[in-house]
Design a binder for this molecule. Structure first.
Ligand SMILES: NC(=O)c1ccc[n+]([C@@H]2O[C@H](COP(=O)([O-])OP(=O)(O)OC[C@H]3O[C@@H](n4cnc5c(N)ncnc54)[C@H](OP(=O)(O)O)[C@@H]3O)[C@@H](O)[C@H]2O)c1
Length: 290
């Protein structure tokens, strides 16, 4: 069996690194073409076209994104260039060669005004600049390339990069108390589990293009997430629950963004771990590389 050539953009980020860890275990199955910002700036339309024409991968996986949710409120142009035009460039260039694109989106396309787990065609109504740019990016991918898999995920964390797990772990070792919001409800997602789901999509060879939701199983508030991660690590810090109005951030966040994952599970035969089990696995991984 010949190997599949996979072009990964944003390869140094959380998901890009997780894909390398997961797919990299099978060098005879996948030939990974890893590109960071330096090698392939997705906002450079000509470079993107030239790069895809030169490499002709079986799949383009777009892990590149502008992910600074609060900063995006004052950097609309940069967020748009990367999360909308960058996605358009990739989707269009892939389409020129009839190649599929796997693009990652977010639970922040929703406004959080429901209390029922969100399905793929639930009403999108982003309430911050980042969410709006990601929603427009989805639309660009859909318009430019019918062979798209758009995976919306939530609260992504991994053992590398910047994320809630890393920042709370650091702060909790420096302080005796931490106040964390308990009125934003969602589900944490371990990047390795999302990478495994992407692998399932690639391996399936199904042309089941469309939008999918993926997170770990279960439901949590940020307070629950923080409490669990310090308990697992045995850190002595009191986590105090507060409401969002007591913690001001430039960007508003949806109050409820739990994703319903029935479609991705049924289509690609995916079993998803419970968020607390995956958090434990990530912390083990984090401690083993330190
Ligand atoms: N993090 C979350 O909580 C979360 C939640 C839901 C959905 N998502 C989505 O999941 C996906 C993966 O997120 P992540 O957490 O892995 O992101 P990440 O760790 O922030 O990595 C994003 C990567 O994109 C690269 N990048 C930025 N601008 C670029 C450009 N113009 N051209 C090429 N590369 C560029 C960055 O490289 P440089 O550092 O070199 O700029 C970085 O390595 C994204 O689509 C994100 O929107 C994330």
């Amino acid at each position: 069996m010949s190997s599949k050539k996979i072009l990964i953009t944003g390869a140094n980020g959380q998901l890009g690194s997780a894909l390398n860890l997961i797919l990299g275990q099978y060098p005879s199955l996948y030939e990974l073409i890893n590109t960071g910002h330096q090698e392939l700036d997705i906002t450079d339309k000509d470079r993107v076209e030239e790069y895809i024409a030169k490499t002709l991968p079986h799949f383009v996986i777009n892990c590149a994104a502008y992910t600074a949710v609060d900063k995006a409120e004052s950097e609309i142009d940069i967020a748009t260039a990367i999360n909308v035009e960058g996605v358009r460039n990739l989707a269009r260039a892939a389409n020129l060669h009839k190649l599929p694109i796997i693009h990652i989106s977010t639970d922040f396309v929703f406004d959080g005004k429901t209390s029922i787990p969100l399905v793929e065609d639930s009403f999108c109504n982003p309430i911050n600049v980042y969410g709006s740019s990601k929603y427009k990016g989805e639309q660009a991918a859909q318009a430019e390339n019918s062979k798209h898999f758009i995976i919306r995920t939530s609260w992504l964390y991994s053992s590398v990069g910047h994320n809630f797990l890393k920042s709370i772990t650091k702060l909790a070792t420096e302080r005796s108390t931490l106040s964390i919001v308990f009125d934003q409800i969602g589900t944490p997602t371990f990047a390795n589990d999302l990478a495994l789901a992407v692998k399932k999509i690639i391996d399936s060879e199904l042309a089941a293009y469309g939008v999918y939701h993926f997170s770990n199983e279960g439901v949590a508030s940020w307070y629950d997430f923080a409490k669990e991660l310090i308990d697992i690590q045995g850190i002595n810090c009191e986590i105090v629950p507060i409401v969002s109005s007591e913690y001001h951030t430039p960007a508003k966040r949806p109050a409820y963004s739990v994703l319903n994952k029935s479609k991705i599970k049924a289509t690609f035969q995916i079993e998803i771990p419970y968020w607390k089990d995956s958090l434990r696995a990530c912390i083990l991984e984090m401690n083993s590389v330190e």
